[in-house]
Unconditional design. Structure first.
Length: 75
């Protein structure tokens, strides 16, 4: 995994309303590789990424509802 791949994952997490678990998991994943990732990276990316969906656990909607309207489907 590249640093850019981790930054893309952070971008998606932020755009979907974020999750503290996602932060912890991404930091743990990168710790086992050759790249560095810090909370500052989440802050830096968060300043330029709009929140596009209000997903659970802290939001109102579930991921299935986002998929239903065509978002983040896998082809």
């Amino acid at each position: 995994m590249t640093k850019k791949a981790f930054e893309n994952a952070i971008t998606v997490v932020i755009a979907l309303g974020g999750s503290t678990n996602a932060v912890l998991h991404l930091l743990a994943m990168v710790a086992h590789g050759q790249h560095q990732l810090t909370l500052e990276d989440f802050t830096r990316l968060g300043k330029r990424v709009p929140v596009l969906a209000d997903l659970k656990p802290s939001g109102k909607y579930v991921m299935a509802e986002l998929v239903k309207i065509g978002g983040l489907t896998r082809s």
